[in-house]
Design a binder for this molecule. Sequence first.
Ligand SMILES: NC(=O)c1ccc[n+]([C@@H]2O[C@H](COP(=O)([O-])OP(=O)(O)OC[C@H]3O[C@@H](n4cnc5c(N)ncnc54)[C@H](O)[C@@H]3O)[C@@H](O)[C@H]2O)c1
Ligand SMILES: O=P(O)(O)OC[C@@H](O)[C@@H](O)[C@H](O)[C@H](O)CO
Length: 380
Amino acid sequence: MKATHFGAGNIGRGFIGEILHENGFAIDFVDINETIIDALRKRNSYEIELAAQEKTHITVDQVTGLNNQKEPDAVIDSVATSDIITTAIGPNVLPIIAELIAKGIQKRRQEGNQTPTDVIACENMIGGSQILLEKVRTYLTEEDLTYVENTVGFPNAAVDRIVPIQQHEDPLFVSVEPFCEWLVDDTQSKAKQIRLDNVGYVSDLAPYIERKLFSVNTGHATTAYTGAHYNYQTIGEAIADERVLNQLKAVLKETGDLLINKWDFPREKHEQYIEKIVERFKNPYISDDVSRVARTPIRKLGYDERFIRPIREAKTYGLSYQALVDVVAMILQYDEPSDEESVRLQEMLKEKDLTEVIQDVTGLTDNTIIEEIVEKAGSN
Ligand SMILES: NC(=O)c1ccc[n+]([C@@H]2O[C@H](COP(=O)([O-])OP(=O)(O)OC[C@H]3O[C@@H](n4cnc5c(N)ncnc54)[C@H](O)[C@@H]3O)[C@@H](O)[C@H]2O)c1
Ligand SMILES: O=P(O)(O)OC[C@@H](O)[C@@H](O)[C@H](O)[C@H](O)CO
């Protein structure tokens, strides 16, 4: 069995690689990072360490690397011959790799491969695989589209494991938190012959992806942007400050109330889920940079993303969302020179009126919410 995985970065090597490996897959990692690709090619294996007192090690072997910029044909061949295709490359990069995935699918069809497969986007976003499918479609013929309809699934997924930026002598070594969860929408899967161990196949992903994105990621981002507001460099330092912890708890109360109302999660169970998340953020064996968790602030301010969507929905349920608005105001102030989106956001704020920037970046049309954000941002 073989997998093609796009994105040999932190979560790609630190989680998706582990699961595919333990399920018996050889893995072609596709990336543009030459150091990582060369090392994968040379060594065909790498080590994962669990960031806990015991420091358990896992060896992932039968792996190699392909550079999509330098050897696109090899990537197309890999997609054409793999049993499963996965990505963990970042939502902004999905449109860039869509053409190669499309050409790989086209080649599968031309070679008469009728075995169903799945393309699973393991990104922090709602509807990631289906959004990728929309991009892939634009490169396909009618004949290819019929083939996709019959044999290629694009099941949405939710993946959860904190994997910080890695700074080791070995470029492939990756230290990860012990906790992990990977859920796939079974109704969108076509490769029914492949059921991965330690992956949950669910009949409705919506409650799970919303619970993950609006608890883990909204909470993580809250810790990061509030931490940046108080000049902290790491999540561990930030969460040790009561002001940050209180902001985190207030935000998770708001998204928790929304999730409980919307999806009927039992309150007690949800509170336990939140407690566990807060403990995960405090993991003393992990050092996670505020700048990683706060990365790409324009993306994180998106209409369906971790702040604006819960704000919009909390309002329709008549629930409080003021703590979320507080964080949105802090994101607008987030000034990190190494982050292209932060730089762009700060330039936009210099060139345009605040209301206009909020409308452009968030896609919001609700004037009440926009005014609440403007008022909060103005008072910071
Ligand atoms: N790190 C985590 O804790 C975590 C957990 C769950 C989900 N995710 C999600 O997984 C995705 C990847 O996150 P990450 O933390 O692993 O990021 P990362 O930066 O470590 O990995 C992304 C990889 O994609 C590669 N890449 C970028 N542009 C490319 C291109 N044009 N072509 C080929 N490769 C390209 C980079 O070189 C890098 O190796 C994101 O969507 C993120 O939200 C991350
Ligand atoms: O990857 P992002 O930029 O969407 O979000 C940053 C972190 O919150 C995220 O990577 C978490 O570590 C991860 O989602 C935990 O499962």
